[in-house]
Design a binder for this molecule. Sequence first.
Ligand code: ZN
Ligand code: ZN
Length: 115
Amino acid sequence: MADEVVIQTWCDICMAEELKTTGEPYRINGSRVDLCTEHAGPITTALGLVEKYGWIDKSPAKAAKAPSQALEASRAAPGTLRCPECGKHYKGPQGLGSHRRRAHGILGAFHNRTA
Ligand SMILES: [Zn+2]
Ligand SMILES: [Zn+2]
């Protein structure tokens, strides 16, 4: 048997595909990951994203998707309705409806509106 001590590290991503490609150790989110040059490239460039969004499984492109601003906006004021006439905010359609009826003389939502 060979006495040579050779520590071979295989690319973790290649290993998942049953390919043995020599890899270099990287530290990602505190855990060690061995990556070949082919796989290390896109992942090391995505490391900034990894710090922000956590570990990504194989596709760095997935991490690039940040929650949309529209989603943030809708979350900011749940169930708040805005009067299109004066801009006041109401918690429900009933409050808004009665306000519009009293303050602006508008009956219903969009119909019954005589010019
Ligand atoms: Zn690889
Ligand atoms: Zn109003």
